[in-house]
Every structure is written in structure tokens, then in C-alpha cells.
Design a protein around this ligand. Structure first.
Ligand SMILES: C[S@@+](CC[C@H](N)C(=O)[O-])C[C@H]1O[C@@H](n2cnc3c(N)ncnc32)[C@H](O)[C@@H]1O
Length: 267
């Protein structure tokens, strides 16, 4: 455990590392996924533990709360690792991401799999719901859908979170539900990177890559959920604590990040 002084001394190092990250978040995400694609280092994605354990923990909620006959849209799917896991439980999974590089990677990682497709969509932009409908129609699917979101809302600014939630309303309709699981770390950015193994002399490679390339994440818990999914538009079905499992950094085991999950339906 680092002392307060040691954490404070880490600040200039973090500022130096992050100083060249693109200011535009969409550019940042696309460059990040382009690097992962070109180096083939899918195992080095910070938030991807590489195993099913976290997903298996969500299954009980997904099976109890979601209509298994509806397709699932995996919003902000990245490399599609959760999309592929979801495909075992729903008739079709559409993974969407703002980054074309992420979608190209997700497609190549999913080659040969049935019941899964991908599309590049900025889910915070006006017209996103229509783009999702068009992508579902291309897979022969019409009507309502369930939504799965993992680790996306905490990287968005509050206005983008609310805009994204608004785009989900016409997609879920009356039968679909939203399941979200997000990082809800109660501490500042320095405490967060220390939690993931950063010290003054060493920052684990996948963490350093994320700091160098991406916007600093925030947290997403009950307060942020209520702002993004207001009671006038959404009913909360269930919520509680979650554990987001990240790539092993400090030992051979996945890192555990305190998180929050909720299930929502349109009001
Ligand atoms: C931390 S990653 C999580 C990826 C994936 N959900 C997972 O858990 O493995 C966040 C993802 O959100 C995507 N993203 C960020 N803003 C987005 C937006 N406005 N619309 C769609 N995807 C977005 C990023 O490109 C990135 O792939």
C-alpha cells in the first residue's frame, strides 16, 4: 500500500504519461483499438480479464430479468469479448462501438461464430437508435432488443451518458431491458491507478497504455445512473454492487475493481 506522499509523488508521472492522449475521446478510442489490432496484443486490454468469471456472475440477473427471446445489443462492445459470451444465451448479439478499429477487431475475433454481428455506431449521437435498427435489420431482426453495457458509461461525460440512455429508449420498447455494469471506484485518479498496481517506479504495461492513450475514466454508481436514466423515463428493476474484473496486473489473478450494476426498463 502506498502512503499519501508516495501517491502524491506519482502525479507528475501520470501527467507526463497522459499528456499526449488525443483530446477528442472518439479519436482516442479509435487509436487505442488500432494499436491493439496492429500489435495483436488483445491479451493486454486492461479491462479484459480473459475469462468468463465476471460474466457468469451476471448470468443470474440476465436470465431472471431479460426476455431470452429478444436479441441483445452490446453497447460499446470493444473487442467483443462480452458479445461472444452473450451469444450463448440470446438468439442474436449485435456489438456496437464508436471505434471502427474496435469493430474490425471484434469481427476478426468472432470469425465463424453464428448469431453475432457488429456495427460502428456512436451511441451518444442523434440517430444512434436508427443505426442500431438498421444493423439489426441487416441480420434479419426487427422489433425490441435487450441492451448490455459494461464499462462504457464511466468513460463518458455526463451529457454523453444521458444522450446515450435516451437513444436506448426506442430500442428497448416495452419488452427489452437494459443491464449495465460499470466501474464505481471511490477514489481519485491516483488512487485508482495505485489500486491497479502503479507505483512511482513501475506502471504495469496495459495500465500505462490506457493512461497514455485514453481519457481518464470517472465512476458510475447509483447517483450517476439516476442522472443518466431519470425516473421520469426509466424504472429501476434491480441494482447493487458488482466487481469488474480486469486483466491480471499485480499477480496471476484478475484485478478486482469495485463496480455497480443495474437493470432498467422504459417507463
Ligand atoms: C472500457 S471499454 C469497454 C469495452 C467492452 N464493453 C468490454 O467490457 O470489454 C469502453 C468502450 O466504449 C466505447 N465507446 C466509448 N464511447 C462510445 C460511444 N459514444 N458509443 C459507442 N461506444 C463507445 C469505446 O470505444 C470502448 O470500446
Amino acid at each position: 500500500m502506498l502512503s499519501s506522499l508516495q501517491k502524491y509523488l506519482l502525479v507528475p508521472k501520470l501527467m507526463r504519461l497522459s499528456s499526449n492522449a488525443p483530446r477528442d475521446p472518439h479519436t482516442a478510442w479509435d487509436q487505442y483499438w488500432g494499436d491493439i489490432r496492429s500489435t495483436g496484443q488483445v491479451d493486454d486490454v486492461l479491462w479484459d480479464s480473459g475469462d468468463d468469471h465476471e460474466m457468469l456472475g451476471y448470468l443470474e440477473h440476465l436470465k431472471r430479468q431479460m426476455d431470452p427471446e429478444l436479441p441483445v445489443v452490446d453497447v460499446g462492445c470493444g473487442s467483443g469479448s462480452f458479445s461472444r459470451r452473450l451469444a450463448a444465451y440470446f438468439p442474436h448479439v449485435l456489438g456496437v462501438d464508436v471505434s471502427a478499429q474496435a469493430i474490425a477487431l471484434a469481427r476478426s475475433e468472432s470469425e465463424g461464430l453464428e448469431g453475432i454481428s457488429f456495427a460502428t455506431v456512436d451511441m451518444s449521437a442523434p440517430g444512434a437508435a436508427q443505426s442500431v435498427r438498421t444493423a439489426l435489420a441487416a441480420a434479419g431482426i426487427a422489433g425490441e432488443a435487450n441492451i448490455f453495457i459494461r464499462g462504457v458509461l464511466h468513460v463518458l461525460k455526463p451529457a454523453s451518458r444521458a444522450a446515450l440512455a435516451e437513444q436506448l429508449l426506442p430500442l428497448v420498447g416495452r419488452r427489452g431491458r437494459v443491464f449495465l455494469a460499470e466501474t464505481d471506484f471511490r477514489g481519485n485518479a491516483v488512487e485508482y491507478v495505485c489500486h491497479l498496481g502503479a507505483t512511482r517506479s513501475f506502471i504495469p504495461g496495459p495500465l500505462a497504455h490506457a493512461i497514455r492513450a485514453l481519457p481518464m475514466p470517472g465512476r458510475f454508481g447509483p447517483v450517476q445512473r439516476l442522472r443518466a436514466f431519470p425516473e421520469s423515463r426509466w424504472d429501476l428493476v434491480e441494482d447493487g454492487p458488482a466487481v469488474i474484473e480486469a486483466r491480471p496486473l499485480t499477480s496471476a489473478e484478475p484485478e478486482h475493481i469495485p463496480g455497480y450494476f443495474s437493470v432498467l426498463q422504459a417507463r
